[in-house]
Design a protein around this ligand. Structure first.
Ligand SMILES: [Zn+2]
Length: 473
């Protein structure tokens, strides 16, 4: 019998077993066994004892501070040719950079990266008139090459009529293996300029017995690929599917091995797609990229404020404009409130894109400090454009929209609300105020209401004539 190459280790108590079991025989935990390579295999694969290093190897491995070359990261970066993606990556790709792109199945991860490949080729063609020297590997584990070609056709038809599929020629190479070790062999042999693995869950190594997609397989496969691409400096995107509840269950196990973790989010029913950076060794992690999902693929949203403003030219009750910060970018959005008489002992508080806790605090503050009788009213709040707001600077806009809906009176046009509301009803300053105000002025908003103009919510509502309520409600 062949010697076992793998064993199963309990993630709770570290006991090892030759076979997978539902329950750990040592500590009794359920579903904690994860497959890994046996220590003997591990040794033959890559370990060497430290005392066997030659003088030359030692001098390569230790570098004194004064000899450290300061890398000019800006110089080494190269663009993905998609502005919003570059923004989230911190200015583009870096040699040997490994990016994990996570997201729910069907949200557009493959679409985004296919478009990136095409854009890169297009830019390359513009620059050097040919692409013979460019080689991109696309590991097609989820879809067949013909399915991906169909998507490429769709994109080419819509975006770049002048750019035909013949011109892609031999630069784009589909790899159809599901064996991570075969893939590694191909990478070493052909050294592509860029590698896309779609997806990490579709690959497995024969060193482990678990099915592809199991935690043990994902960790081992990622480890093998990352080691190879790092050795050759090949920028790499690893696509990882995450579950509906937002847990990067599988891909989580190798987040520490990659340079950058990006997450593509959005409701499938909505067109908006938000690309966030959760970790980035080469840039800030608070940047977001915004896309709109179209028939042919993803369209970049370079002027996001316009997308989230719906009723700025109309006068309606219950709508107010706020300014959010997404990363370093200010973004104007409309919040809407609907306040109606409640039939329930416990009036309802419902938010779409707004936290329930925030609605509860705001309605309590408005009741206490502005004497609005909200205890008898249901409150529904939403943000236009399917956006999710987390920051406190929207308090003011939400409070004013609630008061507007309750009173049946309109909020003055061309007004933006920027500020947090404290439990005592006081209006507080929001960070990046100047940047937000500038964006608001740029989009033609004449009046900015904030801590600068009003000290507390009651005096503001009084000024706007929003105290009191409509009779027939
Ligand atoms: Zn255990």
């Amino acid at each position: 019998m062949a010697k076992a190459k793998s064993l199963f280790r309990c993630q709770n108590c570290a006991a090892t077993f030759p076979k997978w079991m539902g329950q750990c025989g040592e500590c009794g935990s359920w579903n904690t066994l994860v497959e890994e390579i046996t220590p003997a295999e591990e040794t033959t694969r890559r370990l060497r004892t430290n005392n066997s290093l030659s003088e030359e190897e030692i001098s390569k491995k230790r570098v004194v501070f004064s000899q450290v070359k300061r890398s000019n990261a800006a110089k080494q970066r190269f663009s993905t040719s998609i502005g919003e993606l570059d923004r989230v990556l911190g200015g583009g790709l870096v040699e040997g950079m490994v990016v994990l792109l996570g997201g729910e199945p069907g949200i557009g991860k493959s679409t985004l990266l296919t478009q990136m490949i095409l854009q890169i080729m297009l830019e390359r063609k513009k620059a050097v008139k040919k692409m013979d020297d460019l080689k991109i590997f696309y590991v097609a584990g989820e879809e067949s090459p013909s399915q991906i070609s169909l998507r490429i056709d769709r994109f080419l038809d819509n975006e770049h009529n002048t750019y035909s599929r013949e011109e892609i020629g031999e630069s784009l190479v589909f790899i159809t293996t599901t064996d991570a070790d075969e893939l590694n062999f191909l990478i070493k042999k052909e050294k592509p300029d860029l590698l896309i693995v779609d997806s990490i869950q579709s690959l497995s190594t024969s060193f482990l017995t678990g099915a592809s997609g199991s935690v043990g397989q994902i960790r081992e496969v990622a480890d093998r690929i990352i080691n190879t691409v790092k050795a050759f400096g090949i920028p790499t995107f690893l696509i990882g599917h995450i579950t509906k509840d937002g847990v990067i269950a599988g891909p989580k196990v190798f987040e520490h091995m990659v340079d950058t973790v990006l997450l593509l989010e959005g409701e499938r029913s909505d067109q908006l797609r938000i690309l966030r950076s959760l970790k980035n060794r080469f840039g800030a992690t608070d940047e977001v990229g915004l896309f709109q999902s179209e028939d042919y693929g993803l369209r970049e949203i370079s002027n996001p404020s316009e997308l989230f403003l719906e009723n700025t030219n109309q006068m309606v009750t219950g709508a107010a404009t706020v300014c959010l910060m997404e990363g370093t970018r200010p973004l104007l959005a409309e919040v809407q409130a609907l306040v109606v008489k409640s039939q329930l002992a416990m009036p309802r508080r419902v938010g779409r894109g707004v936290d329930l806790a925030r609605i509860q605090v705001l309605s309590a503050v408005l009741q206490k400090h502005a004497q609005l009788p909200l205890a008898f009213y249901d409150i529904f709040l939403s943000v236009a454009g399917g956006f999710r707001i987390k920051e406190a600077s929207v308090d003011l806009g939400l409070a004013v929209s609630i008061a507007s809906s309750l009173s049946g009176k309109k909020i003055p046009q061309s007004t933006v609300f920027i500020g947090e509301i404290g439990l005592l009803g006081e209006i507080r300053k929001s960070p990046y105020f100047e940047r937000r105000a500038k964006e608001a002025r740029r989009l033609g908003f004449e009046k900015i209401i904030s801590r600068e103009t009003h000290r507390d919510i009651r005096s503001l509502l009084k000024d706007l004539n929003l105290l009191g309520k409509e009779k027939q409600l």
